[in-house]
Design a protein around this ligand. Structure first.
Ligand code: PLP
Length: 369
C-alpha cells in the first residue's frame, strides 16, 4: 500500500469534449498532454512529500537547478489501455517501478517505493480518465493508448557536483497513436560505426536522459542518410549487437528459435523484452538470451538462417526490421517488404493481452478504472 497522500486540485477549465475528441482521433505521439500532472517532492529530511495533482502546465526552475547542468535525471514509459468494456488497465506497472528504482540507484537519486510509483500513475490516470482513447476494435494500426511518463530530476538550485538534496518526481500523460507514422511496416537500420551508447560500468541499464542525448547525433546521421533508426554495438569490441536508441532487438531463426541480446548492464531491460521472452515460450518458440554479433546478423540474413528481425518497446510494441546497412553493405530481413509471420504473431498476442482481447494468463494487467 502506498503511503503517499496525494491531493487533487482539478482544474476548472478542462479541455472541451469536441477538442478532446479531435485530439484522440489523431493523437500522434507525445504532442498532446492531459489536463493534469502529478508532482511529489523529496528532501533528505522529509523524504517523499507534498504529492499533488494539479493543472498541467509549465514549471519554473532556477537557472542553477542541478538537472540543467549535471543531468541527474531518470524517467519511465508505460501505457494505459482501454478495454472494450470501458475499463482502463496498465501493463506490468510494477516492473517499470522496479526499473525506476534501479535507475535511481545508478543516478544517486532517492528511491520511490514501487507501490508509490504505481499509486501515482493510477491517480493521474483516474483523474484524466477521459483522455484514455478507445482502441479500434481490429487493433493493428488503429491501436491507441494513454502514454504515461513518470520522471524524476535533481531540483536543487546548486552548482556543486554532488547528488541533489531536492528531488522532484512527476508524472505526465499523453494520448498515443502509432509510434511510427507509417504504421507497422519494416524500419531500416543503420549500424552506428563511430558512436556507442553505453560502456560497461556506465549508465546503459538505467533509463536516464543522458543515454538518449548521446544517441541523438548518430540517430540524426541515420535519418539524414535515409534510415529510420540506428543500432548500437558494444563499446569494447564493437561487434556485439546491443539495442536501438529506444528498443530492444529479437532475431527469429529458421528453426523457430528466437535470440535476444543478453543483459550485460549496457542495455535497457525492456518490459516488452522480458514479456516477449515469456510469451514466445508459450507460443512454442525457444528463446535464447546471449551475446549476438553484427556478423551473425548479417550472415544469418544472407544465409536464410535468420528469417525475421524485430525490435520491441512500450511505445512501438513490436516493430519489424527490414534493411540493415553499414558503411559498405546491406542486408534486408523483411518478408516481401512486410513483417514476417512470427513478428506478426508475437505482436498480436501481446497487444491482444494489453487491450483485453485475449486472456491475461500471466497476470500482467493492472486495473486502474
Ligand atoms: C534504450 C531503450 N531500450 C529498450 C526500450 C524498451 O523498453 P520497454 O519495453 O520497457 O519500453 C526502451 C524504451 O523504453 C529504451 O529507451
Amino acid at each position: 500500500m502506498s503511503k503517499l497522500d496525494i491531493s487533487v486540485a482539478r482544474r476548472a477549465d478542462l479541455t472541451g469534449d469536441d477538442r478532446l475528441a479531435e485530439i484522440l482521433g489523431n493523437p500522434g505521439f507525445g504532442v498532446h498532454f492531459t489536463d493534469h500532472m502529478l508532482t511529489v517532492e523529496w528532501t533528505p529530511e522529509a523524504g517523499w512529500h507534498d504529492a499533488r495533482i494539479t493543472a498541467y502546465g509549465p514549471i519554473t526552475l532556477d537557472p542553477a537547478t542541478s538537472v540543467l547542468h549535471y543531468a541527474q535525471e531518470i524517467f519511465e514509459g508505460l501505457k494505459a489501455y482501454r478495454h472494450a468494456d470501458g475499463s482502463v488497465w496498465t501493463f506490468r506497472p510494477e516492473v517499470n517501478g522496479a526499473r525506476m528504482a534501479r535507475s535511481s540507484r545508478r543516478l544517486a537519486l532517492p528511491e520511490l517505493p514501487v507501490e508509490d510509483f504505481v499509486a501515482t500513475v493510477d491517480e493521474l490516470v483516474k483523474v484524466d480518465e477521459r483522455w484514455v482513447p478507445t482502441a479500434s476494435p481490429d487493433g493493428g494500426e488503429g491501436e491507441k493508448s494513454l502514454y504515461l511518463r513518470p520522471f524524476m530530476f535533481a531540483s536543487e538550485a546548486f552548482l556543486g557536483v554532488r547528488p541533489s538534496k531536492h528531488v522532484t518526481y512527476m508524472v505526465i500523460a499523453s494520448p498515443a497513436g502509432a509510434y511510427f507514422a507509417r504504421g507497422v511496416k519494416p524500419v531500416s537500420i543503420l549500424v552506428a560505426e563511430h558512436h556507442t551508447r553505453a560502456a560497461v560500468g556506465g549508465m546503459g541499464a538505467a533509463k536516464t536522459g543522458g543515454n538518449y542525448a548521446s544517441s541523438l547525433a548518430p540517430q540524426q546521421e541515420a535519418i539524414d542518410r535515409g534510415f529510420d533508426q540506428v543500432v548500437f554495438l558494444d563499446a569494447i569490441e564493437r561487434r556485439y549487437v546491443e539495442e536501438l536508441g529506444g528498443m530492444n532487438l529479437y532475431f527469429v531463426h529458421d528453426d523457430g528459435t528466437i535470440v535476444t541480446p543478453e543483459l550485460t548492464g549496457t542495455i535497457l531491460e525492456g518490459v516488452t523484452r522480458s514479456s516477449i521472452i515469456e510469451l514466445a515460450g508459450t507460443l512454442g518458440h525457444k528463446v535464447e538470451e546471449r551475446r549476438f554479433t553484427i556478423d551473425e546478423w548479417r550472415d544469418g540474413v544472407t544465409s536464410g538462417r535468420i528469417t525475421e528481425v524485430f525490435a520491441c518497446g512500450t511505445a512501438a510494441v513490436v516493430t519489424p526490421i527490414g534493411q540493415l546497412a553499414w558503411s559498405d553493405g546491406e542486408v534486408d530481413s523483411s518478408v516481401n517488404g512486410d513483417a514476417g509471420p512470427v513478428t506478426k504473431k508475437i505482436r498480436q498476442a501481446l497487444v491482444d493481452i494489453q487491450y483485453g482481447r485475449a486472456e491475461d494468463t500471466f497476470g500482467w494487467l493492472h486495473r486502474v478504472v
